[in-house]
Design a protein around this ligand. Structure first.
Ligand SMILES: Nc1ncnc2c1ncn2[C@@H]1O[C@H](COP(=O)(O)OP(=O)(O)O)[C@@H](O)[C@H]1O
Ligand SMILES: O=C(CO)[C@@H](O)[C@H](O)COP(=O)(O)O
Length: 504
């Protein structure tokens, strides 16, 4: 018998479930994909039932294929894609597809929130009410689907819905709750002032718990459905970026997290809750009790690469396409890519900006375009790092996680653009490992998250900046920074054109 915990990483493209022992050994991993629907420009939706089915497929495979014994699975915890709005009726049935973090249809509601509350909103939540966050989505439903809003009795985030289906109990942890922009960060409770301002019943907001808190055992129904035992306990878990930071050992302000998932994230540990970046960077409760983190988000990081691959190399192997960038040069033979293909979150909070390739030349080949995509995503990360550096932060190490960390070339590009040492994890499942760590601490296997970090978190490869590349990338980044102001009016016009013509 090997006691283990499961870390469930509910991402945007797939769910990955990792089984981890008390010594931090990952003994099995399974994953299952689910679709993202974009029925109109700016819309991004998923069916919450797909998350439940995919997670169950992964768990069933762990039991049947990897031979995990249900009685050995002592605890489960969760890492979840953030901000997605799931609305339940009085019978806890899902009322509409979930509106995800990369759904930007709520620009009007974002403006209305700022018009009504302005700076006071940022004081309370430490964030701007950007389209990606939950409150503007909720107000969009209130305005555009009043029948659904009237039936809504509970608001959940993606991983909270998944946990609810596995346990029958409703809860939301603080790290995900900050991402709703309805939490008062100083008071650590739902902001009555914000709820009153927008006439939202407090009863929609679920009970708040800490990430390491027990959220009930697996229900009899879910045990019968999945093969799990009803003795397995669940622990609340956290926002994927909070869990990614836990799983990557980001426990001091000199280490920075670089995550290339569907989105991209540059994240810094924040010991104090009075820090306020005025909403240029996000500020969130951590999954570590009484700690916080800030981050800047590139909306389409891995998503840009996926788009390129699906559009121009659909039948080819993903890894081979990424590797082909090695045939190009630093700077992709003079080609730049700006990854604003679904709008941008930071440092430009602009739902209507769109992406571009700049400098296309008759000599360019497909591998130059692949290289430009990889580099453009990291130039956008460099814009985020620059926000911290401008405020006096200094970083010794960048820890690279997410699907993008599968590519050594992409990690070297990060080291060269950041001009900082980049390290990878022994296992790239940062958020899944972080979730498993929360279960391990919740079960009492470790006193604190930092005790668990010492045992669970191991680094693998080190990528040092190459001075000749650093110099070239500094010049290229200065050119890249001209893309946003130079293309803003043109791409806004094109988005307006698509809206007018209802083009897909
Ligand atoms: N072999 C690879 N090399 C580089 N990037 C990859 C590779 N495979 C997948 N990716 C990137 O990883 C991203 C998915 O990362 P992941 O962390 O799993 O995302 P999410 O949590 O959003 O589902 C994809 O969007 C893709 O661009
Ligand atoms: O919106 C954010 C953070 O604010 C995103 O980071 C989501 O949390 C989705 O994460 P991935 O699926 O890309 O991991």
């Amino acid at each position: 018998m090997t006691a283990c915990v499961l870390g469930v990483d509910l991402g945007t493209s797939s769910v990955k479930v990792s089984a981890v022992t008390k010594t931090g050994a990952i003994i099995a991993q399974e994953s299952a994909d689910f679709p993202l629907r974009q029925p109109q420009p700016g819309y991004a939706e998923q069916d919450p039932e797909d998350w439940v089915s995919a997670t169950t497929i992964a768990i069933v495979r762990l039991i049947l294929t990897d031979k995990l014994k249900p009685a050995d699975i002592k605890g489960i915890s969760y890492s979840g894609q953030m901000h997605g709005l799931v609305l339940l009726d009085a019978a806890n049935q899902v009322l509409r597809p979930a509106m995800l973090w990369n759904d930007t249809r709520s620009t009007k509601q974002r403006a209305a929130i700022m018009a009504k509350m302005g700076q006071r909103f940022i004081e309370i939540t430490h964030n701007q009410p950007l389209e990606g966050f939950t409150l503007p989505k909720l107000l969009w439903v209130k305005e555009n689907q009043p029948d659904i809003f009237a039936q809504a009795k509970t608001m959940l985030l993606p991983k909270d819905y998944l946990r609810f289906r596995m346990t029958g109990k409703l809860a939301m942890d603080y790290s995900d709750a900050t991402g709703t922009v309805m939490l008062d960060v100083q008071q650590q409770q739902w902001s009555q002032e914000i709820l009153d301002a927008f006439d939202i019943p407090k009863s929609l907001c679920p009970p708040l718990v800490r990430s390491i808190d027990d959220t009930g055992s697996i229900s009899a129904w879910y045990a019968a459905y999945s093969g799990l035992a009803t003795t397995t306990r669940t622990f609340a878990g956290g926002a994927d970026n909070a869990c990614g930071a836990v799983g990557a050992g980001i426990d001091s302000p000199t280490k920075v997290l670089s995550s290339i998932g569907t989105s991209g994230v540059i994240l810094k540990y924040e010991p104090a809750k009075n820090t306020n970046y005025q909403g240029v960077l996000q500020f969130e409760d951590h999954a570590i009790p009484d700690a916080f983190y800030s981050m800047g988000v590139t909306l389409a990081a891995g998503f840009s690469l996926n788009w390129f691959k699906q559009t121009f190399a659909a039948d080819e192997d993903f890894t081979a396409v990424v590797k082909s960038a090695g045939k190009s040069t630093v700077g992709a033979n003079g080609l730049l890519f700006a990854p604003y293909i679904v709008g941008e979150r930071a440092p430009y909070a602009d739902a209507d900006i769109r992406g571009s390739f700049i400098g296309i030349d008759g000599i360019h080949q497909r591998h130059d375009f692949v290289r430009a995509v990889l580099e453009g995503i990291i130039f956008s990360f460099q814009d985020l790092l620059a926000q911290y550096v401008a405020q006096g932060s200094q970083f010794e190490t960048v820890v690279s996680i997410g699907g993008g960390a599968k590519s050594a070339l992409w990690q070297q590009i990060q080291a060269d653009i950041f001009n900082t040492k980049v390290v990878s994890l022994a296992n790239e499942q940062g958020p899944g490992l972080g979730a498993a760590m929360l279960a391990a601490v919740g079960l009492g296997w470790f006193e604190t998250v930092s005790e668990c970090t010492k045992v669970f978190v191991h680094f693998k490869d080190v990528f040092l900046p190459k001075p000749e590349n650093v110099a070239k990338y500094q010049k290229l980044h200065a050119l890249y920074q001209q893309i946003y102001p130079s293309t803003k009016a043109i791409t806004h016009g094109l988005v307006a054109y698509r809206r007018e013509n209802n083009a897909q």
